[in-house]
Design a protein around this ligand. Structure first.
Ligand code: SRM
Ligand code: SF4
Length: 646
């Protein structure tokens, strides 16, 4: 029995940002007016509304000089469902980076591209060029549905992959803002159609729901004030966690029948990673399994979930406004009941799923349609030319010479798609010539690592991230080799603040900037990002990286489960999770590094734990003090004496 349609709570008083959204006239003002003003920046209100158009006002923090005006510039982010970037769009982005930006592009953790360093006077030309090249930045930032993710691999012989890709686009279209503001402001009203919407999406957007639609509104799904906060979705296939599905507000998992025909979707909801240091009421959260929906009803269910968050999400306290807090506060049962009230029927039970695995799709792969794709690694997503690797020039050449579409991966890499067999050899020659190394030759520590941009562009960064991670990974590699784990690797992710943009809370080793040169350290995530890590150390000064990690790695080396021959041994994250942080800390406290071990011992001294009573401990301690010897020496002597005459 489904409850009657909901009546959303009425806000007592609108918060500053809610009032701003309300009077923005569906994202028009004050951006439209301020864009025409001969200034190099927007007002505070302008900055907030500009985000919905896919742009952030930033300044180059390296160039800050006390007392002088900041070096204002803008970041632009594409909205590219499933990471799809048509060739003409890529070439345009490259041109904009050269002409108006800082000369680099950056593949993001949500499968878009970012451009940095654009001046206000060039913003309109840049956005217009993107839209005319089949791209968009609308809704890439702001309080609405963000870029919809999907596994990027174009496996055309595995129907579930094509379905996930298709539905990522449909979901993106369904939840795209309907306001005319974007075209009015950036294209002088010219409505450029980038791709035809699926007719089902058009119909679904306007279908009269039980409270899901706001009638007579330019934004029938969002209304005047859009969402309380950003909203993030993905569509994936059973077993594929390339999208970090547990970190999303809403995840759809494609369910097909034996013949690969779409039946429906499993639904997860309530994931999210953003936190604030020292504010326990903010936390990273894994999405919960909600249920199953038949394909015919999927739009209605998505609209019902969006409407639930739209109407009940916290619009007073932004820090508490994401869907994850609503589900946490209500519990899954109440959340489901509210969603069902909008949906108009009960949500079916969740279908069984295989275990999810992480995949990065690097290197050559058949697409299953006679063509191939090549997954190209991009360190931290930064597309630029260096002495060793002329990545930016290579990508431009490959896309322009062969007209290849790209798919950005959720791990800040790109897949070059639709390569015909006769192009493969010549493309491989170009990859070699420009300095690309085979995926197997990349240190897996680097291959699976991610870092957010942080300094100098991100206004919220507390520490370095993208710029420091290469040296951190180098030090980690040296340490791992030194403790005798030469072929071992694990997932390392780093961010310059607790917002979680490179999803560090799902890594096996996560570094989260907490104060300059100091990182909160997270351990215990799984290699497939299916478990949340936990804080192991509140503040790790980065110069103590080796001292802190060495005992953990040695403990791991000695005590991990090895399994059958040929199997990969237990991973570092799984190990930390299994033994628990108490055991890690105990081992660490008793650990003597090779560098400090007693003279004459070969290798690291072995340590054992023995329980003794409090009074015995006190007796040993008193004796040790009286004799001026160490507690350990006195204890050893006492045990030896007993063993000699038991
Ligand atoms: Fe993020 C804010 C960069 C993915 C959580 N994020 C920012 C801003 C815009 C900083 C700001 O508000 O001034 C960063 C711009 C930095 C710069 O200089 O470019 C920024 N976020 C990024 C990107 C580029 C990181 C990357 O290495 O690729 C990612 C862009 C994705 C995209 O194409 O849309 C990016 N951000 C994420 C993710 C990961 C994800 O979505 O899968 C998260 C964690 C998941 C989540 O949302 O829970 C994330 N970003 C945040 C938050 C915290 C949100 C929260 O709920 O508390 C903020 C701050 C905010 O919104 O107030 C933030
Ligand atoms: Fe900026 Fe923090 Fe996101 Fe890094 S995690 S990009 S520092 S907001």
């Amino acid at each position: 029995m489904v409850a009657s349609p909901p009546s959303a709570p009425k806000d007592l008083k609108l918060s500053k940002l809610e009032a701003l959204k309300q009077r923005s006239h569906h994202l028009r003002e004050p951006v439209a007016t301020e864009l025409l003003q001969p200034t190099n920046r927007f007002s505070e209100d302008g900055i907030q509304i500009l985000k919905f158009h896919g742009s952030y006002q930033q300044d180059n923090r390296d160039n800050r000089i006390k007392g002088q005006e900041k070096d204002f510039q803008f970041m632009l982010r594409t909205r590219s469902p499933a990471g799809y970037i048509p060739p003409e769009l890529y070439l345009t982005l490259d041109n904009i980076a050269n002409e108006y930006g800082n000369g680099t592009l950056r593949a993001t953790t949500r499968q878009g591209f970012q451009l940095h360093g654009i001046l206000k006077k060039n913003l309109k030309a840049a956005i217009a060029a993107i839209v005319r090249s089949m791209g968009s930045t609308l809704g890439a930032c702001g309080d609405l549905n963000r870029n919809v993710m999907a596994p990027p691999a174009p496996f055309h012989n595995r129907p579930e992959y094509d379905i996930a890709y298709d539905y990522a686009h449909r979901l993106a279209d369904l939840l795209t803002p309907q306001t005319g503001a974007y075209y009015e402001i950036w294209l002088d009203g010219e409505k450029v159609i980038s791709a035809e919407e699926h007719p089902e999406v058009k119909a679904a957007r306007l279908k009269n729901g039980t409270g899901t639609l706001i009638h007579q509104n330019e934004e029938p799904i969002y209304g005047d004030r859009y969402m309380p906060r950003k909203f993030k979705c993905c569509v994936t296939v059973p077993g594929d966690n390339s999208v970090d599905l547990f970190s999303q507000d809403l995840t759809l998992v494609v369910i097909t029948n034996d013949r690969g025909k779409l039946q429906g979707f499993n639904i997860f909801a309530g994931g999210g990673l953003g936190r604030t240091h020292n504010k326990e009421e903010t936390f990273a959260r894994m999405a919960d399994a909600i249920g199953y929906v038949a394909a015919a009803d999927v739009y209605d269910l998505v609209k019902a979930i969006v409407a639930t968050q739209r109407d009940y999400g916290d619009r007073q306290v932004r820090r508490h406004a994401r869907l994850k807090y609503l589900i946490h506060d209500w519990g899954v049962a109440k959340f489901k009941a509210k969603v069902e009230a909008y949906f108009g029927k009960a949500i079916a039970p969740f279908r069984p799923l295989p275990l999810f695995k992480y995949q990065d799709f690097l290197g050559w792969h058949p697409q299953g349609d006679g063509k191939f794709f090549y997954g190209l690694a991009i360190a931290n997503g930064r597309v630029q030319d260096t002495k060793e690797l002329r990545l930016k020039s290579l990508l431009y050449k490959l896309v322009s010479d062969f007209n290849l579409p790209l798919r950005v991966t959720p791990n800040q890499n790109v897949l070059l798609c639709d390569i015909s067999p006769d192009q493969q050899a010549v493309i491989q020659v170009l990859l070699d010539q420009y300095g690309v190394i085979a995926p197997e030759a990349i240190d897996p520590l680097e291959r699976y690592a991610m870092a957010c941009p942080a300094l100098p562009t991100c206004g919220l960064a507390i520490t370095e991230s993208e710029r420091i991670i290469p040296s951190i990974l180098g030090r980690l590699r040296a340490l791992i080799d030194r403790v005798g784990l030469k072929h071992e690797h694990f997932v390392v992710r780093m961010t310059g603040c607790p917002n979680g943009c490179a999803r560090p809370y799902l890594a096996e080793l996560g570094f989260v900037g907490i104060k300059p040169n100091t990182y909160q350290t997270w351990l215990g995530g799984s290699p497939d990002q299916t478990r949340l890590a936990e804080v192991y150390m509140e503040q790790l000064p980065i110069d103590q990286l080796e001292a802190v990690l060495e005992p953990l790695l040695v403990f791991y080396k000695d005590k991990r489960e090895v399994g059958a021959k040929g199997d990969r041994p237990e991973s570092f994250g799984d190990f930390c999770h299994r033994v628990g942080f108490d055991a890690l800390r105990t081992f660490t406290s008793q650990y003597q590094s090779k560098g400090t071990k007693a003279k004459g011992t070969k290798g690291r001294a072995k340590r054992y734990r023995i329980d003794i009573r409090d009074d015995q401990y006190q007796q040993l301690k008193t004796l040790a003090e009286a004799r001026g010897e160490s507690l350990a020496a006195v204890t050893r002597a006492a045990i030896a004496a007993y063993l000699d005459h038991p």
